[in-house]
Design a protein around this ligand. Structure first.
Ligand SMILES: *Cc1c(COP(=O)(O)O)cnc(C)c1O
Length: 469
């Protein structure tokens, strides 16, 4: 199994190179050259077994299956629910796929814990160390910090936008108690931190000097690991039942994972609604609007406050091919759009790209903060459940879906306890952290503030490495 860049200018690489590199040398994202066919899990197959099967298909022989199984077993042992991602029925034919049973209470744990296990294994084999950079809008940082905390082979540097993540989100990345985790709070928004990450990853000399990697939602292993829960949902609802997924969307990692699950044969048909907040770029891109770089509007679903969803680039690349066949994809079209975005502030997307994506089964729904709060209230009234604002964006979008033929599965992306301020304001409920989070509360938070500047981050990474080696 080889991986090519979405911008078409880099040599194909194997899974481990793609996974560890983060970004291809031409600035694109690695994506498989072909879609493997993966046998669907049966109802009742364990999460670890399905994860092993999916990862094995993408790893392409670079890590033995029994090792993958062991890594997955360790990754998912701390989950509070034995099925890892349980499906619960919200209303007749409307389901919620709960992805927040991990240690930091958001779906990012699912992929990040597997990546941490995989990296430690590979670095151990190679006798190497690594510095990992992560830019977070809130939940990735916590998941990465917690997954890599105490790793003997990895130093973790986490960038988050100062005062743009909730205090509880911040707690999970800053109170790990591990001295291999370093947090930088930068003055600006998440797109700024993501731009710095991309800039550093595109700096060859710096990469060679520091051995830097990234574990953002652009990391292919994350997308592959996230496709597992879509397969499990399909198995649970019945192999022949087409499902309409509703995915609260920020960087478009989860929605892309749903697509990957469908392309590898894990789903029966494909329908996916990307549910977005006021930062609705994904909805505009799916309707054929150009790539632009607007300012991010802060909302009550901060993990989705993203103006330029990184993973869209993979879908764009896919849709440059007339029948979405991997062999006919055209990286030059993608490279041109992103070059225009960088130089002129706007990158046009060919009209047929949006048409193909709609034909493939994608659409989008926008949900305002007021509608999100309304949904939190309605869900509480109808089911007695307190849901997080991101999850509520999905549930509100799911109510609008008109699809009589399919059950609707909306992703519950975080535990409500991660957003206690919004829960209190909206529902008047004081929601405490579940018991599994109590170690974070008892430890001090550790982070430093600084300017939104690539040079500042470069310097801090070099300091970290100098202190460690
Ligand atoms: C990351 C995140 C999202 C957005 O997911 P993407 O894969 O970036 O689209 C939604 N909800 C929560 C709680 C998140 O942490």
């Amino acid at each position: 199994m080889k991986y090519v860049s979405t911008r078409g200018q880099s040599d194909p690489v194997d899974f481990l190179t793609a996974s560890l590199a983060g970004l291809a040398p031409d600035g694109g994202l690695y994506t498989p050259t072909v879609w493997p066919t993966i046998a669907r899990p049966k109802r009742g197959d364990s999460y670890v077994e399905t994860a092993t099967r999916v990862l094995s298909a993408f790893v392409g022989g670079t890590v033995p299956d029994d090792v993958i199984r062991e890594l997955a077993t360790r990754a998912y042992a701390p989950f509070a629910h034995q099925s890892v991602a349980p499906l619960v029925e919200v209303a007749p034919a409307r389901w919620m796929l709960e992805l927040h049973h991990g240690p930091t209470l958001a779906f990012k744990d699912v992929a990040m814990r597997l990546i941490a296990q995989l990296y430690d294994y590979v670095l151990e084999q190679r006798g190497e160390r690594m510095t990992i950079l992560c830019a977070t809008s809130g939940d990735t940082g916590g998941a990465a910090a917690s997954a890599f905390a105490g790793s003997k082979r990895v130093d973790m540097v986490i960038l988050h936008p100062l005062n743009r993540v909730s205090p509880t989100q911040r707690l999970f990345m800053t109170a790990t108690g591990a001295n291999n985790v370093h947090n930088l709070a930068l003055e600006g928004d998440f797109d700024g931190t993501q731009a710095i990450l991309k800039q550093l990853l595109a700096d060859d000399q710096f990469l060679r000097r520091t051995g830097l990697a990234a574990v953002n939602s652009i990391n292919w292993t994350r997308v592959a690991a996230q496709s597992v829960y879509f397969a499990q949902a399909q198995a649970q609802l019945g192999a022949d039942t087409p499902i309409h997924f509703v995915v609260p969307t920020g960087n478009f990692g989860d929605a892309l994972a749903a697509y990957v699950a469908s392309r590898t044969g894990l789903l029966q048909g494909f329908r996916c609604t990307a549910a977005v907040n006021a930062n609705d770029t994904m909805a505009r891109l799916l309707s054929g609007k150009a790539l632009t770089k607007g300012a991010t509007a802060p909302t009550i679903s901060p993990a989705m406050d993203i103006q330029l969803p990184s993973n869209f680039e993979r879908l764009f690349f896919e849709a440059t091919s007339p029948d979405l066949a991997p062999g006919a994809r055209d990286g030059a079209v993608v490279a041109k759009a992103y070059a225009d975005l960088a130089s002129k502030g706007e990158g046009a997307i060919p009209a047929e790209v949006a048409q193909r994506l709609a034909a493939a089964g994608f659409d989008a729904e926008r949900v305002s903060d007021a509608e999100t709060r309304e949904e939190m209230k309605r869900t509480l009234a109808e089911t007695g459940w307190v849901v997080c604002p991101h999850t509520a964006v999905g549930l509100a979008a799911a109510r609008r879906v008109r699809n009589a033929d399919s059950p609707i599965v909306s992703l519950a992306t975080a535990h409500a306890a991660k957003f206690p301020e919004t829960v209190k304001e909206t529902l008047g409920i004081d929601i405490g952290l579940p018991a599994r989070a109590s170690p974070f509360v008892s430890r001090p938070e550790k982070f430093e503030t600084g300017p939104m500047s690539a040079d500042h981050v470069r310097k801090r990474i070099e300091d970290v490495i100098a202190g460690k080696r």
